[in-house]
Design a protein around this ligand. Structure first.
Ligand code: SAM
Length: 214
């Protein structure tokens, strides 16, 4: 998702250091100090405009959340949304590349990884860019607790099929697979911006939960 360049984005992000962490490498291995508690930490890679991560933070005050987004023009919208929602104390945002997670998180810092409507990169030659590619799985494993989980939602059937193969080839255990999330009996589903857009067009939403076996 690329939005038009917003010259004011950088200023807005800098004006909210208690929400948007500009020096995440300083908290590697000690995010609990930043949050002021030892609650589990869940991260979303590719948080976009932030509706999911803010909704999750408000719904689950005993879990800490970090939304990670590459583009400042996008994360600034997530930041505004969080501020308008009262800026939950258990929420932080990082304007960084998810491919560098190891620079910001030590092994065991993260209890769960969310991937929502990740860019599908449909061309085979771009498969390594998919956030469920084995290279990314290995990265998540390096920052997750033992037996940590990935929860993934998408409207894209091709990406979902690829992800099922990728996760199982990696040796992960599938704990849940849904081919039509909104028609399943799921409680407490918090929708993302993309999820609202695609489901309003009648498209099924796919979802899985998978666990690392180490
Ligand atoms: N999760 C949101 C939703 O469901 O509405 C946004 C989905 S959008 C298709 C994917 C988002 O992931 C984009 O905002 C993109 O900039 C971000 N993204 C893609 N690759 C990323 C990476 N390596 N690190 C951080 N963000 C990334």
């Amino acid at each position: 998702m690329r939005l038009r360049n917003k010259p004011w984005a950088e200023d807005y992000l800098n004006e909210h250091p208690d929400l948007v962490v500009s020096n995440p490498e300083d908290y590697k291995g000690r995010w609990n100090e930043l949050f002021g508690n030892d609650n589990p930490l869940h991260i979303e890679v590719g948080t976009g405009k932030g509706q999911f991560i803010t909704g999750m933070a408000k719904a689950n005050p005993n879990i800490n959340y970090i939304g990670i987004e590459l583009f400042d023009s996008v994360i600034v919208i997530a930041a505004k949304k969080a501020v308008e929602a009262g800026q939950p104390e258990n929420l932080r945002l990082l304007n960084v590349n998810g491919s560098k997670l190891e620079e910001y998180f030590a092994k065991g810092d993260v209890s769960q990884v969310y991937l929502n409507f990740s860019d599908p990169w449909p061309k085979t030659r771009h498969a390594k860019r998919r956030l469920t590619h084995a290279n990314f799985l290995s990265l998540y494993e390096k920052v997750l607790v033992d037996n940590g989980e990935i929860h993934f939602k998408t409207d894209n059937r091709g990406l979902f099929e690829f992800s099922l193969m990728s996760l199982t080839d990696y040796g992960m255990k599938l704990k849940l697979v849904s081919l039509d999330l909104h028609n399943d009996d799921v409680e407490d589903n918090i929708m993302t911006e993309y999820e609202e857009k695609f489901s309003s067009k009648g498209q099924p939403i796919y979802r899985l939960e998978a666990q690392f076996m180490t």
